[in-house]
Design a protein around this ligand. Structure first.
Ligand code: NAI
Ligand code: MG
Length: 502
């Protein structure tokens, strides 16, 4: 076997063949420079495998492949239903390889295997199927009523060569959110996975080829953000860039994308509020508050990381929440069945969360749970005890900045107006949740909160059929749902002169 594949045995005993190359033109190839990145198991800090890392020359090759495929009649003129069939085929191949993909995701990222298998892979298969169904239902419009001398209509065209830069918190799911709508509408793709989690995306390359996508339609690169990512964002032959990650990097990408005025969609950070009114169903509020911040080790862009509780039930909520977290947030080996929380994805993220714990303490917030590294999983790994700060003040760093860990800041409020004002007192605007039994208040507050998504009596209850995205510095554009197709099509207007008179 060449060095482009390596036989691996995962901690759960699963054996599989891991691709190591860059996936370009339906083949795995080495990087021009020979540079590699090494993937680490965050549960025990061991090395899993090294994979080739793309530099600017590799990005050029991948973009050229995507450009050629975009113009090739085998893809450009493919019947839309056939394009949908390819996506359906891909979804069924992912289903066939579900356990292997879930194993790789857990090994590389640290999320519990039960979650990878049911939630992440469920999301991937569901999203690809959802957009497969859309492939032959994306129509233009006839615009009647202009004049009898004129026929005007629109056609929906693919944007072109799309660069897609994805993060490490949901590698396969973020790939699916971006590949689904891009391919359904006839674009070609150069995707760059996050350097922290390169493995599952490469395995997907096998399945894309097997599904029958023509060479060059999907190209998958690993590589560092500042090298491969920046080369994509600056590339003159890339038409669109879709990005999920931090707000700071999103701003950099916007600047770089200006070089040829790329179409952009950005899904960035958040500090999403969860507002608990005193007329709520307390058990429900506690249950969802826990999921809203502790799910996926707290590494969720929409995590409801600021909990605002009305003063009448503040103490009761804090007690019930603490108890619920201590019972349900079982920290442990992500391959163990009862584990709710695995390690943070990398040492850097682990240290980042610890530094916010120090900040919370030094600024005078009250620590009522966690607040330290969790050492009981073989003494290694990037585990953090679920951390709860209460009585957090609005000017504290832990109230204002995205922490991205199992870390929550709780504070109290008096009135509805105060809750809305403080919920909105942030540069972000991704998600927001609110708990009340008063239907009128629920809808009134939902309208006044500055966020792309509001959950009434739940949190982070995302759905592939419903648009996802942010306002303010949480992003531009929408993914998922029918809205997700808008991001990957341009409308061309065609004016037909039906007469000879001016
Ligand atoms: P990041 O935003 O730097 O990385 C995300 C992706 O962007 C990766 O694929 C990376 O290689 C790429 N990238 C980085 N710099 C780039 C550049 N200059 N040009 C083009 N691409 C570039 O996020 P990072 O450093 O991994 O995490 C830092 C913080 O970002 C986290 O603590 C969290 O707060 C936030 N974050 C938010 C995510 C979300 O889902 N919205 C996902 C990941 C991180
Ligand atoms: Mg890793």
């Amino acid at each position: 076997m060449s060095d482009l594949f390596v036989e691996l045995t995962a901690p759960n005993g699963r054996k599989y063949k891991q691709p190591r190359g860059l996936f370009i033109n339906n083949e795995f190839v080495a990087s021009k420079s020979g540079e590699t990145i090494t993937s680490i198991n965050p549960s025990d800090e061991s090395e899993i495998a090294s994979v080739y890392a793309a530099g600017p020359e590799d990005v050029d090759v991948a973009v050229a492949a995507a450009r050629k495929a975009f113009k090739d009649p085998s893809w450009r003129d493919m019947d839309a239903t056939t394009r949908g069939d390819l996506l359906f085929k891909l979804a069924s191949l992912i289903e066939e390889h579900r356990e292997t993909l879930a194993t790789i995701e857990t090994w590389d990222n640290g999320k519990p295997y039960s979650v990878s298998l049911s939630d992440d892979l469920g999301e991937v298969i569901g999203t690809i199927k959802y957009y497969a169904g859309w492939a032959d239902k994306v129509h233009g419009q006839v615009i009647g009523g202009t004049s009898v001398m004129k026929l005007a209509y629109t056609i929906r065209e693919p944007v072109g060569v799309c660069a897609q830069i994805i993060p490490w918190n949901f590698p396969l799911a973020m790939a699916a959110w971006k590949l689904g709508p891009a391919l359904a509408t006839g674009n070609t793709v150069v995707m760059k996975a996050a350097e922290q989690t390169p493995l599952s995306i490469l395995y997907l390359g096998n399945l894309i080829k097997e599904a029958g996508f023509p060479p060059g339609v999907v190209n998958l690169l690993n590589g560092e953000g500042r090298k491969a990512g920046a080369a994509l964002a600056q590339h003159l032959d890339v038409d669109k860039i879709a990005f999920t990650g931090s707000t700071a990097t999103g701003k950099e990408i916007m600047k770089m994308a200006a070089v040829n005025m790329k179409n952009i969609t950005l899904e960035t950070g958040g500090k999403s509020p969860l507002v608990v009114f005193d007329d709520c169903d307390l058990d429900q509020a506690v249950k969802w508050s826990h999921i809203g911040i502790m799910y996926n080790q707290g590494q969720v862009c929409t995590a409801t990381s600021r909990i605002l509780v009305q003063e009448g039930i503040y103490d009761k909520f804090v007690e019930a929440f603490k108890e619920h977290v201590s019972k349900t947030s079982v920290v442990g080996d992500p391959f163990k069945e009862d584990t709710f929380q695995g390690p943070q994805v990398t040492k850097a993220q682990f240290e980042r969360v610890l530094s916010y714990i120090e900040s919370g303490k030094s600024e005078g917030a009250k620590l009522v749970a966690g607040g330290e590294a969790y050492k009981d999983v073989g003494g290694k790994g990037f585990f953090i005890s679920p951390t709860i700060f209460i009585d957090v003040k609005d000017n504290m760093k832990i109230y204002r900045e995205e922490v991205f860990g199992p870390f929550v800041a709780i504070s109290s409020f008096k009135t509805e107006d105060e809750a809305i004002e403080r919920a909105n007192d942030t540069t972000y605007g991704l998600g927001a949740a609110l708990f009340t039994q008063d239907i009128t208040k629920a809808h009134r507050v939902a309208r006044l909160i500055e966020a792309g998504m509001v959950w009434i009596n739940s949190s982070n209850d995302s759905d592939i059929r419903v648009p996802f995205g942010g306002v303010k510095q949480s992003g531009i554009g929408r993914e998922l749902g029918e809205a997700g197709l808008e991001a990957y099509t341009n409308k061309k207007s065609i004016h037909v002169n039906l007469g000879t008179k001016l």
